[in-house]
Ligand binder design. Sequence first.
Ligand SMILES: O=P(O)(O)OC[C@H]1O[C@H](O)[C@H](O)[C@@H](O)[C@@H]1O
Length: 619
Amino acid sequence: MASLSSLCSSSPSIKSQTSIAKPLVILRKDSVTFPTRFSKTPSLVQTQSVAREISADLSNTNDVVPKKAKNGLEKDPRELWKRYVDWLYQHKELGLYLDVSRVGFTDEFVEEMEPRFQAAFKAMEELEKGAIANPDEGRMVGHYWLRKPELAPNSFLKSQIETTLDAVRKFADEVVSGKIKPPSSPEGRFTSILSVGIGGSALGPQFVAEALAPDNPPLKIRFIDNTDPAGIDHQIAQLGPELASTLVVVISKSGGTPETRNGLLEVQKAFREAGLEFAKQGVAITQENSLLDNTVRIEGWLARFPMFDWVGGRTSEMSAVGLLPAALQGIDVREMLAGASLMDEANRTTVLRNNPAALLALCWYWASDGVGSKDMVVLPYKDSLLLFSRYLQQLVMESLGKEFDLDGNRVNQGLTVYGNKGSTDQHAYIQQLREGVHNFFATFIEVLRDRPPGHDWELEPGVTCGDYLFGMLQGTRSALYANDRESVTVTVQEVTPRSVGALVALYERAVGIYASLVNINAYHQPGVEAGKKAAGEVLALQKRVLAVLNEASCKEPVEPLTIDEVAERCHTPEDIEMIYKIIAHMAANDRALIAEGSCGSPRSIKVYLGECNVDGLYA
Ligand SMILES: O=P(O)(O)OC[C@H]1O[C@H](O)[C@H](O)[C@@H](O)[C@@H]1O
């Protein structure tokens, strides 16, 4: 007897690009006359239409059904089943399903949005052909070409993509095999990766490492993704003598990001102190002729791989940025690319119902009124997908969080993303989601396979740990919906390079389509420049404060200055608060005020402050 499990089986894949789905089947054949039209593989449209007939049969009952919720959300279980069947997207070859039935968009809304979706599909088609889809920076947007190089608008780009992929895989193979080895390490091979990068140069590799790294990878990866000295020290301390067999992969598209540069300088210092030659263990992934690229060439590092200006940081997981760290951990990058490519293909259809990325964009628009009025809570019910929401935070919020639209109107757009994992988060903030302020919609990521075949274990008769996890997801989904909280569910068979590649591609495309719906440029990030500029100004002010304090503390007797006087001498009285904070931070770190030779021996700022009556300062 057929069963619902056939919906989830990963039976031999049907060789077709799009979502040929095994039809939904009903457990008890007598509950519905199952159409006999499935003698051949149905197209999705057929499946959908037949599914509509199935659900129509189901709705012919005499049961008393609850009234629809005030906001129009369907609450009748039979109608919900019909909606579930009617709208379920199935990609049979990927074994990936998207359930949008718990988002209450109406048929009228879908009809109303159709022209915008067709425009979005057209824009996406032009983007893939090489249009300047990032007009603010005058750039093409080519991350989809990374998994289908023949899509690239010219042979040079195609060749760059293919050559880089070959070089990444060859290098990784030679490191893992020991053909490329560190100059002096007892193991005689590289055993660790220390990735130095931030933002899109870290979040993708971190997400994929957590999701896909085997229990005993050929090289174990750790990350320096911030300019926190204590964090850097911690990573280097954990490496200890293993620094000698560590491959340092410095990732920076611009090659000039301060945090990454600082991390590199700190790591190079650690290498010097350990008597190791950094260049022989250093690899860079950066744009041609960037500051980092030039450093690599001058210092003769072990290897460098290019980043392309038409790939953004937040969409670089399928470039060398993501593929090199993954391959070094023994992850099958071809499978990642294949999963992404299959998902891309599915997302090229202009039939909204058959386009999973468009369906996601539809749900986002409906749920957040096209203005980000509700947050997207991402809840993967799988430990290994813990970092998916952090990855999506940059992909979604750095793409959609924009002040102006493409016509220059101030829109302050965005879509807030947060979440960790289920069922763990049920013990943290689900209380508020269920009963508190209704300012979100949920995204459940369901992984059907709990453990590798043959490894399952019943912790009570007929029940496994995975059943609990499944039950918690379904229970939370139902409990939220019962209180009118909407959700989508993305289901994959298991966490594999292919399904992870597909998830990355699904959300990259959904962001791009959604951006078209709300008329914004998803591919630039003007807002981050403001923060970087302001940080630079703080450091410049700190230099002036140091000069003023150096001079004052050099005098005999020492010249006590008030905060006001320091600000006056820095010629920026309006920066008095920042000056106060700068001095306090330096005092907390007991910074030396006077460099050797300028005026006596180095003296601690604390000593100087102790000799002054600089009022109001931290102790
Ligand atoms: O890769 P990098 O050039 O070092 O940039 C790292 C990150 O810097 C900025 O924060 C950008 O907004 C991100 O999109 C980028 O991923």
